[in-house]
Design a protein around this ligand. Structure first.
Ligand code: PLP
Length: 409
């Protein structure tokens, strides 16, 4: 089970974003700007899945499957500068968040700090449930013009705060949060900083030590460019070993080299680090897919991936603004991520609140641009397989829409 090979990418040839693009037919056949919804699946991922199925059609090799699980765990750990023991397997972000939430020994009067305005519902209901079950206070701080109110959140952290939680990049309007002040406040008050990495994993160069992130929940179908139904949960070792998993199974129990169905002493010892949160058999096919896609990210390098994504996002944001379209936020600066939005933040999901923006959305969609509408505004999101031609295509279509509509927008 601990048959760790070299992490993916080590010793392998570097790749450029252009070389990655050539492996993504879905990036060539359309203008795909929707990684914030889901990332594309590339040919290396398809090949890895097919190989896994070929192996399973002959029954399957369990030691090889466990070795795959460990290689993929190590690969994700390397992506965020963590140790493999600090990574658990999950099926999605919600599961990761709930694992942390239910492993805390809550006392009535404890509190959790977040900005509910900016979080996905999945990082809100988990805390409402905790509040209802354990008498915990949910301290939600209003957003500031679409931005994460990190200073106010940091000020709200106190001796009774057990968790502060935030998304590193929001799903709308897609601004980055400055995690440093919150990380310091959590450290000062012995609270756990839990980060939702839905819109940052595989997209933003993340180092869990800079600034200190105590737990990081991700899924693999967006920036990690693999499948739905599979995620990872990083938990800093010193925190993981203070937490008691609410759910426990064999892989969470330390039985040394004993087999996968072994039953040890009833006075059991938990696995080190985040391994205690692993439950039952793994999503092996999801791990095969994620190993292949993370290999590409390693071979480009996360710093390069982030720089590539941000540069294209700045170009798109500046271009949209130059056309007089209502860009949300600034084209560049500390809040800039790979997500670019236009319109006004409202309520709509898959339909823009404003008729003009809906008309532009339909024009873009009708001409092969894949984007999404979140919180009533148009959302473009960029990954390593995108290039300048995608940005040019969107800007050209915005111009033709304006020309056809007497310069609206
Ligand atoms: C910020 C954020 N958190 C969570 C999720 C989804 O969570 P889950 O992986 O549990 O479905 C999304 C999906 O769009 C998201 O954007």
């Amino acid at each position: 089970m601990n048959d760790l090979k070299a992490p993916a990418g080590v010793g392998e040839a570097r790749l450029t974003p252009a070389q990655v693009r050539a492996m993504y037919p879905g990036a060539l056949s359309q203008t795909y700007l929707d990684v914030a919804g889901r990332g594309l699946v590339g040919t290396p991922v398809r090949t890895a899945i097919e190989r896994h199925l070929d192996m399973r059609m002959l029954g399957g090799d369990k030691p090889a499957m466990f070795a795959l699980v460990e290689r993929t765990r190590a690969s994700f750990a390397r992506l965020i500068n963590a140790h493999p023991d600090e990574v658990a397997y999950t099926k999605n972000i919600s599961e990761g968040l709930n694992i942390v939430a239910t492993a805390i020994d809550w006392k009535p009067g404890d509190n959790v700090v977040l900005c509910a305005d900016l979080e996905h519902a999945n990082n809100v209901y988990v805390w409402l449930n905790v509040a209802r079950r354990f008498g915990v206070e949910v301290r939600t701080i209003p957003m500031r013009a679409g931005a994460c109110p990190v200073e106010e959140m940091s000020a709200a952290v106190d001796a009774r705060t057990r968790i502060a939680t935030v998304c590193a990049v929001s799903f709308a309007p897609g601004f980055r949060a400055d995690l440093a002040p919150l990380s310091e406040a959590c450290l000062r008050h012995d609270a756990l900083l839990l980060v939702d990495g839905a819109q940052s994993a595989g997209l933003v160069d993340t180092d869990v030590d800079r600034p200190g992130i105590d737990a990081f929940a991700v899924s693999t179908q967006k920036g990690l460019l693999a499948l739905y139904g599979m995620g990872f949960l990083y938990v800093r070792r010193r925190w993981a070993e203070r937490l008691a998993p609410m759910s426990l199974a064999r892989f969470g129990v330390d039985l040394g080299e004993k087999g996968e169905a072994a039953l040890g002493d009833f006075d059991f010892r938990l696995m080190p680090g985040a391994r205690r949160f692993d439950l039952g058999n793994y999503n092996f096919i999801g791990a095969a897919a994620a190993e292949a896609s993370m290999d590409l990210l390693h071979r480009v390098g996360m710093a390069e991936v982030e720089a590539h994504n941000t540069a294209l996002a700045v170009r798109l944001a500046e271009g949209l603004q130059a056309l007089g379209l209502p860009l949300i936020g600034e084209p560049c600066g500390p809040q800039r991520s790979q997500i670019v939005m236009i319109g006004a933040l409202g309520e709509g999901h898959d339909a823009a609140d404003d008729g003009k923006m809906q008309s532009l959305y339909e024009h873009l969609s009708d001409h092969g641009v894949k984007l999404s509408v979140r919180r009533g505004a148009l959302r473009f999101s960029i990954h390593v397989y995108n290039d300048d031609s995608d940005i040019e295509r969107v800007l050209e279509l915005c111009r033709s829409w304006q020309a056809g509509n007497g310069r609206r927008g």
